[in-house]
Design a protein around this ligand. Structure first.
Ligand code: FNR
Length: 382
């Protein structure tokens, strides 16, 4: 299978599976516990149907919208995700350049494998930094300062990882940074020579925004689970979020809000946006799908705060259904991560092209010429 054989997001998953050692692939794919929430994130879109209009004159359509004060050519954000150089040697750089080409927002994680400064120097595309709140307040303050100096457009505070979800695929595979080899995983590294060579010759998975805290240089294998459970601040609360917003002073969002009551609190602390998200089903298994929560959150705070729907998006029509239900835009991780693993920047660009074409085709078939025309009249509960 090659890149030109990828015609939808799931095709990239198959190609990524062929190219990545299984512990790395399973790190991307995996959810928490029984992965019920992860599956539900996507299947939730099947519980509502689109109602098209015809003969609407759809020769010229406009897919653009405004997200957190910046124009976006598509109603889509590339969610921040960790460790991108573990998936492809170009890591976050590849994603940033692809996002720039398509005129969409992208985010880098606190656990990015390129530095804040490197990414900022690379592109003027709208970019956000995703902050985890560490127990070490000096570390939080230094990340915020570095983002300010580098000119990041938004700070997004992730609030759904107070402890790590139980990601059983990673427990089985021993996925750590650096990877811990076992007899069963060794075979898959040996049979993925391109990845393994990149790893041996390449820059390794340094975490430059956490330098001195977690890095390969310490010689210690630190799993993501260890990082969450030892370094993050379990005492974090709404006062913490409010004080980080003040410290940052710019466009600010909360990622991981799932209830209408919390969405209201986000408005009260002056956030500009919320990400309705369950971390791609990687945290609380058994929690609802973001799309299932969208309507009641829109009813509570719609018009007062931007609402980004994050999780399970694999099709242009999923993005359209989210817009119909009242989201400002939708966002996703695996929708570009498998493509990154499959073919770096070229892969992410192809994934974005496929999603763009699906959105455009969907809009024409729905009989709308702008994303602003999508509303609840266009949706029916099955
Ligand atoms: C993530 N996600 C995530 N979120 C975050 O705030 N900080 C992070 O470092 C990461 N890292 C991460 C790694 C991987 C491999 C995945 C798959 C996800 C969650 C991410 O931002 C987003 O919420 C989910 O990916 C959305 O679900 P989908 O689109 O992957 O279904």
């Amino acid at each position: 299978m090659k890149l030109s054989d990828c015609h939808n997001i799931d095709d990239f998953r198959r190609l990524a599976k062929a190219r990545l050692p299984w512990p790395v692939f399973d790190y991307i794919k995996g959810g928490a516990d029984d992965e019920i929430t992860k599956a539900r994130n996507t299947s939730a879109f099947d519980d509502v149907d689109l109602v098209p209009d015809v003969l609407a004159g759809v020769e010229n359509i406009d897919t653009s919208c405004t997200i957190m004060g910046r124009r976006s050519e598509l109603p889509l954000v590339l969610s921040p995700t960790a460790l991108q150089r573990a998936f492809h040697r170009d890591g976050e750089r590849a994603v940033a350049k692809a996002a720039e080409k398509f005129g969409v927002w992208f985010g880098i994680s606190s656990l990015a494998t390129h530095s804040i400064e490197e990414i900022a120097a690379l592109t003027d595309a709208p970019k956000l930094f995703q902050l985890y709140v560490h127990k070490d307040k000096g570390l939080n303050a230094s990340m915020i300062d570095r983002c300010k100096t580098a000119g990041f457009d938004a700070l997004v505070l992730t609030v759904d990882t107070i402890v790590s979800g139980k990601r059983e695929r990673c427990l089985r595979s021993g996925f750590t940074t650096p990877p811990r080899f076992s007899p069963s995983s060794l075979w898959s590294y040996a049979t993925r020579p391109r990845w393994t060579l990149d790893y041996i010759l390449g820059p390794k998975f340094r975490l430059p925004n956490l330098d001195g805290y977690v890095s390969e240089g310490t010689g210690k294998a630190v799993s993501i689970q260890d990082y969450f459970n030892t370094m993050l601040d379990t005492a974090m609360d709404w006062n913490t979020a409010a004080s980080i917003r003040r410290e940052w002073g710019g466009t600010f969002a909360l990622k991981g809000v799932m209830s209408a009551a919390d969405a209201r609190r986000a408005v009260q602390i002056g956030a500009d946006a919320i990400w309705i998200s369950n971390h791609g089903g990687r945290q609380l298994d058994g929690s609802r799908a973001p799309f299932d929560q969208l309507a009641e959150i829109v009813d509570e705070v719609g018009g007062e705060i931007e609402i980004i729907l994050d999780g399970g998006i694999r099709r242009g029509t999923h993005a359209l259904k989210s817009l119909c239900q009242g989201a400002t835009a939708s966002s996703g991780g695996r929708l570009y991560l498998y493509a990154l693993a499959a073919a770096g920047q070229e892969g992410v660009e192809r994934a974005l092209l496929i999603l763009k074409e699906e959105i455009e085709r969907g809009m024409r078939l729905m009989g709308v010429t702008s994303v602003q025309q999508l509303n609840r009249d266009r949706l029916r509960k099955r």
